[in-house]
Design a protein around this ligand. Structure first.
Ligand code: NAP
Length: 487
């Protein structure tokens, strides 16, 4: 009776701990849907992850006799791996620059895919996948995890500009298709051999190595032709794939925490991919298979008007005497790390009685939520931050739109130019404000590689310079006004 209890106790405890971890993942994810609750959501999900790791240690009490001699060694290695990985992640998380976040997400996502592929390798080499369903799921987990790993490494290299240009050659899609078919064929062959349907002159471990080689190659080939600028969406796709691979692994190992965490990541990654594609008005297949941002210049319609530069101090003083202002932050604000200066300037304006709001476009910057995080980092209160659909009608009744390092997300071509690559993308109506100031360094284009008619509009002035330097000058000019008034 007592011995029976000891047999079922570990399983019951693991089940309960897995359930707690699952609840924490879900609750954490729910809290991440709003910037106000997101910081605590991340912590809750982190605790969920720690609980899931704890559950995986409990499996040590539930193993067969053959594994027992290696138990302590394996547990020690697991603790060492967690300490090294956790230490590196802690250090990287603290030191990474805001503009390097997409690269960090790419590499961590790749490691997740690699881990899923490694678990699948353990299942395949260790004969864990005994039934045909388990075998197929292990092979799929290996395929998806390895593609996600090698593809994410290429995505990281592109974002970090280690790889500067997309690699394209004639017939590339057909070649990639053939590699994909060959990979699936090797997988099918493994299933047939292991079920005894056919005999193979090549040993099973060699077949598994060939399968992994082909999957890794496919991940590289699939990612190489995609432009660096599309990498955030690609990473989101790989993120969804990593989740799927993890849940397939979990199914084979009968590990509910892996299954559920994998499905949550898979579903969240898929939704994020679709949201990003929708916000850019592009299909996922267009992102994966088209050559965005490099061949569009000649399609741009003629632009009337001229660029009208003004001094930062003059623009700052004009805004000081406006009654309402909407700030549109973009990628350049993150690149300049000027969020602190921006909020300092905004506080000066508020003190002078100007009503200020921030307008966030869903794909401003280079990763979802980048602008929200940037403004939160500077201490901007959430009630000053508005999403596109909540603020777009306000521009027409606003004195000034201050566009900082944003370009595509305020390009009116999205409304009218049918041939523009961003046609149909919802944009922030900055051009409808009575006056527009645009801070940017020069005539650099945005991510889509097109000219912006807004900058040439009658109501628009350009304030050239790095966003941090320009804002410093604006702050000085507005402060000087206060000093003069007091004198
Ligand atoms: P953007 O269109 O890429 O434009 C950024 C602008 O910032 C550039 O025109 C650049 O002009 C300026 N800039 C760069 N460094 C600067 C600095 N230090 N100081 C001042 N200005 C600086 O950015 P966006 O308006 O934020 O639009 C985001 C684009 O990324 C969209 O096309 C979106 O579809 C795409 N995208 C976003 C995501 C996402 O998840 N957020 C994912 C994939 C793609 P100068 O060189 O002249 O300074």
């Amino acid at each position: 009776m007592m011995s029976d209890l000891f047999k079922i106790l570990p399983e019951a405890v693991i089940g309960a701990v897995d359930l707690i971890a699952t609840f924490l993942f879900m609750y954490g994810l729910k809290r991440m849907s709003s910037p106000v609750t997101a910081p605590s959501g991340i912590k809750v999900a982190g605790v969920g992850m720690a609980v899931a790791i704890l559950a995986s240690f409990l499996y040590a009490f539930d193993i067969g006799a053959t594994a027992k001699p290696f138990l302590l060694l394996n547990l020690g290695l697991a603790v060492l791996a967690i300490a090294i990985g956790g230490g590196l992640a802690w250090w990287a998380g603290r030191t990474v620059a805001m503009t390097a976040m997409p690269q960090m997400v790419a590499i961590y996502n790749g490691l997740g895919g690699g881990a899923a592929a490694a678990i699948a390798a353990f299942e395949l080499f260790g004969d864990k996948a005994d039934g045909v369903t388990q075998l197929v799921f292990s092979l799929l987990g290996a395929l998806i995890g390895a593609v996600s790993f090698s593809g994410s490494v290429i995505a990281w290299a592109k974002l970090d500009e280690v790889l500067k240009k997309p690699l394209r050659f004639p017939g590339q899609q057909i070649f990639n298709g053939l590699v994909a078919i060959a990979t699936l064929a090797v997988g099918g062959y493994i299933v047939a051999v292991s079920r005894g349907t056919i005999t193979s002159p090549v040993a099973m471990p060699v077949l598994i190595y060939i399968f992994f080689g082909a999957t890794l190659l496919f991940g590289i080939l699939m990612t190489l032709p995609i432009g660096g600028a599309d990498m955030p969406v690609v990473i989101s796709i790989y993120n969804a794939l990593t989740g799927l691979a993890v849940s397939l692994d979990g199914f084979v190992l009968e590990n509910p925490a892996l299954m559920i965490a994998g499905m949550v990541v898979g579903a969240a990654g898929t939704l994020l991919t679709l949201l990003m594609a929708k916000a850019m008005n592009r299909s996922v297949s267009n992102i994966l298979f088209s050559n965005f941002g490099t061949v569009v210049e000649q399609k741009q319609g003629a632009i009337k008007g001229s660029l009208k530069p003004v001094e930062a101090s003059d623009a700052g003083i004009f805004m000081r005497y406006a009654s309402s202002l909407i700030v549109v932050p973009g990628y350049g604000l993150a690149a300049a790390q000027a969020q602190g200066k921006l909020y300092e300037f905004v506080k000066l304006l508020q003190a002078a009685g100007v009503s200020v709001k921030f307008a966030i476009h869903p794909v401003a910057g280079r990763m979802p939520g980048q602008m929200d995080v940037l403004l939160a980092e500077a201490g901007v209160p959430y009630d000053m931050i508005f999403q596109l659909e909540d603020i777009n009608d306000d521009f027409a009744n606003t004195d000034v739109a201050l566009v900082i390092g944003a370009n595509d997300v305020v390009n009116p071509a999205a409304r009218t130019e049918k041939t523009s690559p961003i046609y149909g993308m919802p944009i922030l109506n900055a051009d409808k404000a009575k006056k527009v100031y645009v801070i940017k360094r020069g005539q650099g284009k945005g991510y889509a590689g097109i000219v912006n008619a807004l900058f040439y509009g009658d109501n628009c002035n350009m304030v050239y310079g790095d966003a941090a330097a320009v804002l410093t000058k604006m702050i000085e000019a507005v402060r000087a006004l206060g000093t003069k008034a007091a004198a």
